[in-house]
Write a protein that binds this ligand. Structure first.
Ligand SMILES: Cc1cc2nc3c(=O)[nH]c(=O)nc-3n(C[C@H](O)[C@H](O)[C@H](O)COP(=O)(O)O)c2cc1C
Length: 384
């Protein structure tokens, strides 16, 4: 298998098998530069004129770092290592002249790379790739699933930003067929609708969750610091689960692990208007052990789980499942925050064969990604 740090095509089947093994990663190695070394002079992203797609706002709401450390961004990242690189192919109707550009999220600048291809559609296409070394510098052989999940989160951040700006309907490609790019998000120029409206603040979780997210909501997203205590209401859990399941269809199954008074695993009931419990017993301590021994997960209010991706999945399947899990967990995260919950993605899973733990055939139903949920900020915890 190739070393996870280089950028040659990776044997993903082998990489996932070793990432799922109990073998711990070695000591940290250098992460390298935080931004790809794009050629040429960096230039600011101009603000948009009337009826233009505002690339300045689109990138600010999705990928740009908001402090000099680069940690604070609208999209989360495993270990805050931010391995996703973005190349923009700009067509007509945008606030940058047509062409191909590399994006520097730390300086919020673009580097002109080349002319745009003749068949470039109006709007912008963001092509997402990864610099594996950044994530591998800390996670070693556990890096590849995290790189794919991170890319899914970044694609979702672009998708939500396009929606918040009332741009044309974004189209996301995450079919798993290519490594470079892993995903693309095409955003057409606006069609004259108003900006995203705020959600009603009347406690109806399902309706609140479906409203377009606003720019302020996207910029306010953070991962809550553990512990994430307090059990969310069944209504809120159903809204979060529905947001995830809608966005991450296809290869994945979605469940939520809940604690007392009726500990177990729940999933949407047929019709989607309620939850049904399909396994009893508190899964959270086992989840904590499987998630690199993160003990706080055993006490989380609830844990949303994306699972599937069997041991015999081929490379496109592995890519697709992880990209879609990252995308869907990001939408679920933003939905949870709107509902007043606290949330934190959890992406490092070893030996997390959920199907086998529930008595089914081994190797068929692995945890791919998760979102820990709670109702109380950590600083409201009583230390006793
Ligand atoms: C794919 C992925 C996996 C993550 N896994 C974990 C995890 O296992 N444990 C954890 O505490 N945080 C995890 N996080 C949260 C990151 O640590 C967090 O996003 C990062 O520190 C940046 O902070 P922010 O989300 O508040 O911007 C994960 C985030 C992503 C996107």
């Amino acid at each position: 298998m190739e070393h996870p740090c280089d950028n040659r095509p990776v044997d993903l089947v082998a990489a996932l098998a070793v990432a799922r093994s109990p073998q711990p990663p070695g000591p940290d190695t250098p992460a390298g530069a935080a931004v790809r070394a794009w050629p040429g002079t960096p230039v600011p992203v101009p603000k948009a004129g009337p009826a233009e797609l505002d690339l300045h706002a689109l990138l600010r709401l999705s990928l740009a770092a908001s402090d000099t450390s680069g940690r604070l961004r609208p999209a989360p990242s495993a270990g805050a290592l931010h391995p996703v690189d973005t190349e923009l192919t700009v067509g007509t109707g945008c606030s940058l002249p047509p062409g191909r550009y590399g994006y520097d999220p730390l300086r919020h600048r673009v580097h002109h790379l080349d002319r745009h291809p003749p068949d470039t559609p109006p709007g912008v296409t963001a092509a997402l790739t990864v610099t594996a070394q950044r994530t591998a510098s800390h996670y070693g052989h556990r890096a590849w699933p995290l790189l794919l999940l991170d890319t899914g989160h970044a694609a979702a951040a672009l998708f939500l930003a396009a929606r918040a700006l009332a741009a044309g309907e974004p189209r996301v490609r995450m079919d798993g067929l290519t490594e470079r790019p892993l995903a693309t998000v095409h955003v057409p120029p606006p069609r004259g609708r108003g900006p995203g409206r705020a959600a009603p603040d009347d406690g109806r979780a399902a309706e609140q969750a479906q409203h377009p997210h606003t720019s302020a909501e996207l910029l306010a997203r953070r991962s809550a610091a553990p512990p994430l205590r307090g059990a969310p209401s069944p209504d809120a859990l159903r809204a979060v689960l529905t947001a995830a399941a809608r966005a991450g269809t296809g290869d994945l199954h979605w469940s939520v692990a809940v604690g007392p008074p009726r500990p177990g695993l729940v999933e949407p009931a047929p019709g989607g208007t309620s939850l049904r419990q399909y396994a009893t017993g508190d899964a959270r301590p086992t989840l904590a052990a499987w998630a690199a021994g993160q003990a706080w997960i055993a006490h989380a209010g609830a844990v949303l789980l994306a699972h599937g991706c069997p041991a015999d999945a081929d490379t496109p399947h592995i890519r697709r499942a992880h990209l879609r899990a990252g995308f869907a967990v990001h939408l679920a995260h933003i939905t949870a925050l709107r509902l007043g919950l606290t949330a934190r993605p959890v992406g490092s899973w070893q030996q997390a064969d959920l199907g086998a733990a529930l008595g089914a055939a081994p190797g068929r139903d692995w945890i791919v990604h998760a979102l820990a949920l709670g109702t109380r900020p950590a600083d409201e915890e009583n230390p006793t």
